[in-house]
Every structure is written in C-alpha cells, then in structure tokens.
Design a binder for this molecule. Structure first.
Ligand code: NAD
Length: 416
C-alpha cells in the first residue's frame, strides 16, 4: 500500500494511536480529531506591474481549551489546508507538552514570497491581518513567524492590527523585531530548545556531546542556528548541512562562519570551500551520531528509514518522519526526539514574549534561555518517563502527556 503523506491524515493517525493507549473517551477523541475553527479567505493584492493577484489564505484554530490559540503563519507555494490543519494540531500538542497556558493554531498563504517584492509582501501581510483581525488578539489567538515569514512581516501585521483596533497590543503577535517588543533570544530559540533536548538525550545514552557528529537538513532559521549553537555552545562536530538546492559534507566538520559567508554571497550552501557536494538524500543517510531534520515534512519515509545510521534523530522540523518510518527507526533502536517536543523552544519563548509584553518589562537573553532550558528539559523528562512507564515510543509518549492535558481542560470546561 502507498504511504499516506497527507500531514493531517498523519496527525490524526498519531492521535488515534495515543487515544487507544490512553483509552480516551470516544466522544473526546472525536472532538480532538478535528479543528475547532477554520477561516478560509481570498486576498487580492495589487502587484507592482499593475495587475491584481488573488492569493488563498487560511487560519486554523485547532483547540483553545488551555488558553489563547497560538501558532505561526507560513507563506509557501505548496501550502494546503491539510498542512495548516496538521501544523495547528501539532501546535496544540506542543503547547500542552511544554505546559504553557496556550492552545494551538496555524496560518498560511499559498504564495511564493521569493517571487514577490517587499511592497507586494507588505500588502499581502496587511491584507492577511485584515481578514483575521476580528479573530486574533492576546486573549484569542496569537500568530508568529514560520516558514518564509519573518519579524518584518510580523511588524506589518501588528501595525495593521493596532491600526484597525486603535490600541497598542504588542502581545497579539510574537516573533516581532526587538524594537517593537520582541523577546531577546527568540530568533535562536527553536534551535536552542532542540539542543537542550539533544543534551538530555545524550546523557541518557551515555554519549559525549563534545565531538559528537551531526548532520543538519535545512539551513534557514532553525538549521543555521542548530549549526552555530550546536558547534559553539554544545561542542558538536557538524559534518553536513543542506538547503533545498543540495548538501555539503566534510567529515572534519563545517565552520558555521564559512558556511554563512558562502550562503550570503551565493544564496545556496553547495560549492562551499573545503566541502564535498552531496544530495539531501545522502545527508540523511550519513554515519553520524545525531541527525537533525530542520527543513520540511516527510523527509524520513519507509523508503529511506532503513538506511538511517544516526543514534539520535532530533526532529526540529515539523512532521519530518512518516508513521511507517517511525516504526522502522524505533525498531532499529534510534532515539527519536519527536517534533512537537524537540522544536517547542520557539513557542516557549513566544510565550515569554507575550508575558514580557503584558508586563512591559523585558528580560535579557541569558534569562530567556535559562527559563527555556528549565521548561523544555522538564517537558523532555515528562515524555521520557511516560515512555518508560507505558512502554511506548517517545512520540506516543509525547502524545499521552499532551492529549491528557488538553482533554482535562476540555472536560473541565464542560465541552465534552
Ligand atoms: P526557513 O524558511 O527559515 O528555512 C527552511 C530551510 O529548509 C531553508 O534552508 C530551505 O532551503 C530548506 N529546505 C526547503 N525544502 C527543502 C528540502 N526539500 N530539502 C532540504 N532543505 C529544504 O524555516 P525555519 O523557520 O528554519 O523552519 C524549518 C522547520 O522548522 C519547519 O518544519 C518549521 O515548521 C519548523 N519550526 C520552525 C520554528 C521556528 O521558530 N522558526 C519553530 C518550530 C518548528
């Protein structure tokens, strides 16, 4: 049978497995299988050439039982409503496993930002916000950046929201520039959080992090900071990195400064000095201690999972592993740090950003990362202990912790 790569079908299948282990009440299970609310809209944008192009936008508020919904907005040509639904579901489990008082949401626009001018992107971003302004706010739903959106886009969206509502409410959007109330340490937070979970895993496996080899797929925000911080603060030897155009490899290790300079000049990591070009597929199958998928969904499938040689797979991307691949990797004894635990650092620091905006009092990066460490390390051990107690794999364990917390909030509210 062909592997089902629809991300929402995968998210539902993962929930179904956890529901079975939890013996979740069937009515609760049915409620948690679907998003609570969805907004679909057309966004006409006046383009620089005088034409008007209509883009399709979505916002999915999957579940807000534990607090205001929370989740990023993606601008991507291959965006689909099912991708947004899956990511919104994973946000719900992510905020719950991290034990922060928020629900889960996600947004997206089908567009190719690489082909758009800054002016076109600003008009698209402001118009996206006009479509969802009534449904977002610090006590309703708080967007943030995700793939191909950034602090500038968040600044335009916040400005549009505050203009429409005629008051200042910076906590409505996170991942803002520092000058508009962003948090210190937010940009590297996802990678930093993932590295804290890798550190905890290494302790459990008696693996020395200093000199441990790693391969990183994807060189955007998360991938590049995994390389920089992994090398400089955790002593990892990152031997391969990649972007959508291909991968580079040097068994002696890659200097993050050299890769960053090369990328700035050439727009791709391939052909970097002192490295060998390899394919993304080859990167995933390298003989390394730690594999860090930090790009897009469905990278580890039934086709390649049998060839993965890493001891730890740290899923910094959302949904990089299909359920079939999961079974294969678990059978091989590979320690998987599941996505909504491994990459929770971003939303944890986004939550800190909301808290700081509420108090109008700001912390320094050291304090942000210390609190992040405490929060994600606590979540990591809750999941690890659950896996041991219930004799399930880490992904199922993460679902058990998260679904139980969301179900409790739903029950207490009397919804189901
Ligand atoms: P980004 O847009 O900054 O970077 C994405 C990177 O992936 C780019 O280098 C791109 O070239 C590369 N890429 C795209 N397709 C690829 C392919 N087929 N093979 C190899 N590389 C490919 O995005 P990001 O913010 O770094 O996010 C990366 C992943 O991490 C996504 O799955 C995202 O949902 C997840 N994530 C991000 C955050 C965050 O705070 N940014 C938080 C949680 C999860």
């Amino acid at each position: 049978m062909k592997e089902n790569l629809n991300p929402f079908a995968i998210a539902q299948a993962q929930l179904d497995e956890a529901a079975q282990v939890l013996q979740l009440d069937p009515d609760m299970h049915a409620f948690l299988r679907e998003p609570m609310r969805e907004f679909h809209f057309s966004i006409p944008v006046h383009m620089d050439d005088g034409s008007t192009k209509t883009f399709r936008g979505f916002r999915v508020q999957y579940n807000d039982a534990r607090g205001p919904a929370k989740g990023g907005i993606r601008f991507h040509p291959d965006e689909t409503i099912d991708t947004v639904r899956a990511l919104a579901a994973w946000m719900t489990w992510k905020t719950a496993v991290s034990n922060i008082p928020l629900g889960g949401a996600k947004g997206g626009v089908i567009c190719n930002p690489r082909e758009m001018s800054q002016g076109e992107l600003e008009r698209l971003s402001r118009s996206y916000m006009r479509n969802i302004a009534r449904h977002v706010g610090i006590n309703k739903d708080v967007p943030a950046p995700d793939v191909h959106t950034n602090p500038q886009i968040m600044a335009w969206m916040l400005d549009e929201y505050e203009t429409l509502t005629d008051h200042k409410e910076p906590g409505t959007i996170t991942g803002k520039p520092l000058a508009l109330g962003g948090s210190a340490g937010r940009t590297p937070a996802t990678a930093m959080g993932g590295l804290f979970t890798i550190r905890e895993t290494a302790k459990l496996l008696n693996m020395k992090l200093e000199g441990a080899t790693a391969a990183v797929q994807g060189y955007g925000n998360v991938g590049s900071f995994s390389h920089i911080l992994g090398t400089n603060q955790f002593g990892l030897n990152v031997v391969a990195v990649s972007d959508e155009f291909g991968a580079i490899y040097n068994p002696k290790g890659l200097d993050p400064k050299v890769v960053a300079d090369h990328l700035r000049r050439n727009g791709k990591v391939i052909d970097c000095p002192d490295t060998e070009n390899i394919s993304n597929a080859e990167l995933l199958e390298l003989e390394v201690d730690i594999l860090i998928p930090a790009a897009i969904e469905n990278q580890l499938t039934s086709q390649n999972a049998g060839n993965i040689k890493a001891k730890i797979v740290a899923e910094l991307a959302n949904g990089p592993t299909t359920p079939e691949a999961d079974d294969i990797l678990n059978d091989k004894g590979i320690y998987i740090i599941p996505d909504f635990l491994c990459n929770a650092g971003g939303v944890i620091v986004s939550y800190f950003e909301m808290v700081q905006n509420g108090y109008q009092f700001y912390w320094d990066e050291k304090m942000v990362h210390e609190r992040l460490d405490f929060n994600i390390t606590t979540a990591f051990h809750a999941v690890h202990n659950m896996a041991q107690k219930k004799k399930v794999d880490n992904r199922v364990a993460a679902y058990l912790v998260a679904v139980d917390r969301v179900a409790e909030a739903v029950r207490l509210r009397g919804w189901v």
